[in-house]
Design a binder for this molecule. Structure first.
Ligand code: ADP
Ligand code: MG
Ligand code: ZN
Length: 554
């Protein structure tokens, strides 16, 4: 049978070899075993059910969340000579009747439907009349409340297929591998846990970067200037932001499309096609864009704002480089973006569990932005992979700044938190440490505590960043309530007890130098000594350590 599978791969799809995991999934199905396949976006999940569909005698029903993509998938199959069809709400009644007639006559190998259709009695009656080889549940993470695209009708799939005369085989496919989602998929679709085929999530051709503390607009423009010819996606969090970026780049003469939920179906379809067919090179979109999109030559994915969680982020970023060529995934981080995501989460106040979970997930991606470890490894660990290696190409792996000891600063922050009774969030702690005169702080008499002004040589923003770093490295725990409260973690306590040291990359700060200020004089002094130009630039980039040295010399 596997030989047959291989010849279909060659004959219909034109590929010589299976990719990692594909043959295993196909083999399990051919052995009549339910299977869950977890492969990254672009890993080639479709073939895992399309080839067995050709090998089994009956009909394979593919459950897919997006109506808009069914036609493309069916067209692609039909083109290579695989009889396939879809039934969804875009069809007229006569078309549905015709397709149903053909289904009953065994005309098709694959039928694509949305999960909601299984809830219609008439449709279940049709399915009961035909021989079903197996049910393929694509984007199976939609089944779980822990997934990022939960669809209630997905959760009912297991129950509905139980009603069929003969319990069919099930193949579930997804790119989301968090343990909770995985568990739900197995349980709700009756798949034995050991029938899991999980390929590595590492995508070696992707280089991840987090860009912090830069003007996003300027970064974007200089990036696009250098990559004018390339195809790429820019994700923004809101429709307004998409429109704004679109207008701006259009004015600058870039070839752009846009995509968001506020546009009509027709508009979206047109813009999407233009991008897929390479008529335009840049797609600016909200996260509504991209699920199931098969465009192989996307050279970069830029997140203009913080995505709401790691699952969404990796799925979106993973759309780059499906052809295996080097591609960039760039996240432009600014702490202010956290507020947008928090605001969106706060709208779901009626569902406290969901809210708590969303806040935890948001924290994971904030940590991602602040970690100094390999970004690829962070992603892999998040998705449950244990044995990983540094990628050597992400913005952290290639960061050559010096590592400095920040144990004392860490102790200052942690002891301040303890003195404040571990009842406050990041902003208040940072303000106490800088010695802010903020009214709220005075109202709580926080200026009386011993650590008030203990780090006054730093700005509140620098301390906030440092606190985010300590959170990402788990020296500090964050509660997931509506107002996140910081607590010293177990690991943090070890630092306070002097049993653990903390290291961090040297921070770079930009300082505005105005004339007649001590710093200006100091710099001029250095310039003179070096017998260089007289002019001192208005902005100078210093490392933390240099600044400390300067202030000591002064
Ligand atoms: P996924 O659903 O996992 O995101 P797709 O099934 O859409 O991925 O496949 C992604 C791309 O990989 C498609 O262009 C597909 O044709 C290609 N592909 C799939 N299997 C193979 C293979 N064995 N060899 C080469 N390319 C493949
Ligand atoms: Mg897919
Ligand atoms: Zn790395």
């Amino acid at each position: 049978m596997m030989n047959k599978a291989r010849s279909i791969l060659k004959e219909y799809f034109g590929y010589d070899d299976f990719r990692k995991g594909q043959d295993e999934i196909i083999q399990l199905l051919l052995n009549k075993e339910n299977v869950v396949g977890i492969m990254p976006t672009g890993g080639g999940k479709s073939i895992c059910y399309q080839i067995p569909a050709m090998l089994f005698p009956g009909l394979t029903v593919v459950i897919s969340p997006l109506i808009s993509l069914m036609k493309d998938q069916v067209d692609a199959l039909t083109e290579v000579g695989i009889p396939a069809t879809f039934i969804n709400s875009t069809l007229h009644n006569e078309e549905v009747q015709e397709r149903v007639y053909n289904i009953k006559n065994g005309h098709y190998k694959l039928l694509y439907i949305a999960p909601e259709r299984l809830e219609a009695d008439y449709f279940m009656d049709i399915l009961k009349e035909v021989t079903i080889s197996f049910i393929a549940v694509d984007e199976a993470h939609c089944i779980s409340q822990w997934g990022h695209d939960f669809r209630p009708s997905y959760a009912k799939i297991g129950h509905m297929i139980n009603k069929l005369s003969e319990m069919p085989l099930v193949a579930a496919l997804t790119a989301t591998a968090t343990p909770k989602v995985h568990e739900d998929i197995c349980q709700l679709l009756n798949i034995p846990w050991e029938n899991t085929v999980k390929t590595g999530f590492a995508r070696d051709n992707l280089s991840f970067s987090i860009i912090k503390g830069q003007d996003k607009g300027k970064f974007l423009e200089s990036f696009l200037k250098k990559n004018r010819e390339e195809s790429g996606i820019i994700y923004a969090s809101t429709r307004q932001e998409v429109e704004k970026l679109y207008d701006r780049l259009l004015k600058k003469g870039y070839s752009v499309s846009k995509y968001h939920g506020g546009m009509s179906d027709l508009q979206r379809e047109t813009e999407q096609q233009a991008f897929i067919k390479d008529d335009v090179s840049i797609m600016i979109a909200t996260n509504a864009f991209g699920m199931g999109i098969d465009k192989s030559n996307i050279r970069y994915v830029i997140h203009y704002q913080l995505p709401k969680n790691m699952e969404g982020y990796y799925q979106e970023a993973g759309r780059a480089g499906r052809d295996g060529l080097p591609s960039k995934c760039i996240l432009l981080y600014s702490a202010q973006d956290i507020r947008i995501q928090r605001f969106l989460i706060d709208q779901t106040i009626h569902d406290a569990d969901k809210q708590k979970q969303d806040i935890d997930k948001l924290q994971s991606i904030i940590n991602f932005c602040h970690t100094e470890d390999c970004l690829q490894e962070y992603i892999l660990h998040y998705f449950g992979e244990e044995h990983t290696e540094k990628c050597g190409q992400c913005s952290n792996c290639t960061d050559e700044r010096n590592v400095i000891d920040v144990t004392v600063d860490t102790q200052k922050v942690l002891s301040c938190m303890i003195r404040m009774g571990e009842r406050f969030g990041k902003t208040m702690i940072a303000q106490v440490l800088t010695g802010s005169k903020n009214k709220k702080l005075m109202d709580f008499h926080l200026d009386r505590i011993k650590t008030y002004g203990l780090m006054k040589e730093q700005s509140a923003k620098e301390i906030s960043d440092f606190i985010e770093f300590l959170i990402s490295e788990q020296y500090i725990d964050v509660s997931s309530g509506a107002m996140p409260i910081l607590k010293v973690s177990k690991k943090g306590k070890e630092v306070l007890l002097g049993r653990l040291t903390v290291e961090r990359k040297e921070q770079v700060v930009t300082v505005k130098v105005s004339e007649n200020n001590a710093l200006f004089e100091y710099l001029r002094g250095i310039r003179k000594q070096l017998a260089e130009a007289e002019n001192v630039p208005p902005f100078v980039v210093f490392s933390d350590q240099t600044l400390r040295n300067i202030s000591m010399t002064m």
